[in-house]
Every structure is written in structure tokens, then in C-alpha cells.
Design a protein. Structure first.
Length: 272
């Protein structure tokens, strides 16, 4: 079933393409580009925007797996109902502004990025298209239902890509840290995976890891070497302040570096 699809007018594609461009900019250590991409995502995909609402409707379909067929049918019906409540002109205008900023502040090549779930989000876009024939709509909805009842997860679809990105990140960080500890590898893995699950697992891991690191650093304040050295005491307290400040922060590569350094410190303290 071949139908015209304008990916620049597909909100889910815009978002996924930006996420992948951010990954590339991170690997290239292109701070200016990363900041530009983050600024666009923050402006057009924060919780108050029309594009965020539309993106969530897409995600309700292309991120759902391993459910019963009847449930998939109900979800599609509800998603279409909610979608009808969106103002199409507002969506179009927001997309136009986002496209313009991507072209000017990042690069038009963003729209050439490979998005592994492209076929699914293209099909969903057609389902939302009022001009599509009833026959084609039914056939497309069947494709989406088959996708939703399948056992393959979004994470599995992106596993090959994430693994290659992880290798590149690991190589980069290994130069700084010589050998990565297990907790550093886990952090790095979660960071790479965050590009495909909006950072959910990373946030959960960081909440636990930061709490663990704070406990380790606080413990060090009772060590004789630190108790007897005011400068070391001050530096240790500064590390605790840094960990406290991480709460609610955007998880950047700089933050990742800082946490990995503190993980190193915690290891040394634990081995003393």
C-alpha cells in the first residue's frame, strides 16, 4: 500500500529524528548543536505544547507491544477520538515553526536521519489523515494492531543501533577513565537507551545511584584522613552539594561525566 507521506509533517518523525541528531552531536562532542537541539525539543515538545499532545498519541500506538487484539483496537479507537480534539491548524503552525528552527539552527539533514520505527509512525500518520479512503484506513489499522500485539518491543527494535552507539560512547569514555567500572557501564548503557524511551529507565537508575553515592560520600566524612583535613572536608561537602543539585536537572553529557567521576571517587573510598 503506497501512499504519499510527508515526514516533515509527521510530529513523531520530527521528534525521533531530533533525538537521533542529538545522539550524533553527543558523540561528536558538538556542544553548540546539542544545545540547539535541546532548545528546540524543550520549546516544541514540553508538556504544554500541541506537538507534545500529538506525539503522545503516536507513542500510545507505536510504543505499545504484547497486548490483546481487542485492547489494541480499543486503544486505536480512543487515540483517534482524542486526535479529533486537536486543532489541526495549531499543529500545522507549530510544525512549521519547528521545521524552520531545525533548518536554521541545526541542519536540514536532520530530516534524513534513519528512524527505525519510521514505517509504523508513517502508517499512524495516515490513520490520522482525514483524506484517506475507508479501505486504506482499515488496512493501515490492521498493520498497527499487528504491531501492538507483537512481542517485539521498542527497545528490541533499537537494540542494534543502541549497541553500536554504546560501543562508541564506551570507547570515548574509556580514554578518560581507562577502565569502566560496572556501575559506570550501567550508567552509560542507561544514558544511550534513554534516546529510545525518553529517559525513563535512566531517571529511575539515577535516583537510586545518586542516593547510593550520597551515602558513600557522607560515610567518608567520618574517615580519619578527611576529619583531620579541613580542605578535604570542604571538597567532600562540595561533592555532596553537586549530587543534591543534580535533582531534576536535564541529564546532559557533562552531568554524565560528573557522576562517573563521583563513581570513581566512591570506589576509592570504598576500597580504603
Amino acid at each position: 500500500m503506497k501512499m504519499k507521506h510527508n515526514k516533515r509533517r509527521n510530529t513523531a518523525f520530527i521528534f525521533e529524528a531530533l533525538v537521533r541528531e542529538f545522539t550524533k552531536a553527543s558523540l561528536q562532542n558538538n556542544v553548540e548543536k546539542k544545545e540547539a537541539i535541546f532548545s528546540i525539543i524543550k520549546e516544541f515538545f514540553n508538556k504544554k505544547t500541541i506537538l507534545f499532545k500529538e506525539l503522545n498519541l503516536y507513542k500510545s500506538l507505536y510504543e505499545t507491544r504484547n497486548i490483546e487484539k481487542t485492547d489494541a483496537e480499543k486503544i486505536i479507537k480512543e487515540v483517534k477520538r482524542v486526535y479529533l480534539g486537536l486543532n489541526p491548524q495549531q499543529v500545522f503552525d507549530a510544525q512549521s515553526k519547528a521545521i524552520s528552527k531545525i533548518n536554521k539552527k541545526v541542519d536540514p539533514s536532520v530530516f534524513s536521519n534513519f528512524v527505525p520505527n519510521y514505517k509504523a509512525i508513517a502508517s499512524i500518520s495516515q490513520i490520522f489523515n482525514k483524506g484517506i479512503s475507508p479501505k486504506n484506513r482499515v488496512l493501515l489499522e490492521r498493520e498497527i494492531i499487528n504491531l501492538m500485539v507483537s512481542r517485539q518491543t521498542q527497545g528490541q527494535e533499537n537494540l542494534k543501533i543502541n549497541n553500536s552507539v554504546l560501543k562508541m560512547f564506551s570507547k570515548k569514555f574509556n580514554k578518560t577513565y581507562d577502565v569502566l567500572f560496572e556501575e559506570q557501564k550501567t550508567l552509560l548503557n542507561k544514558f544511550v537507551s534513554s534516546f529510545s524511551d525518553n529517559g525513563l529507565e535512566l531517571k529511575i537508575f539515577l535516583n537510586e545511584e545518586i542516593a547510593r553515592l550520597k551515602a558513600e560520600i557522607k560515610k567518608s566524612l567520618s574517615l580519619k584522613e578527611i576529619k583531620e583535613d579541613k580542605e578535604l572536608q570542604e571538597k567532600t561537602k562540595n561533592v555532596l552539594n553537586i549530587l543534591n543539585e543534580f535533582k531534576g536537572q536535564y541529564i546532559s553529557e557533562n552531568m554524565l561525566h560528573a557522576i562517573m567521576n563521583i563513581q570513581n571517587l566512591a570506589r576509592k573510598i570504598g576500597n580504603d
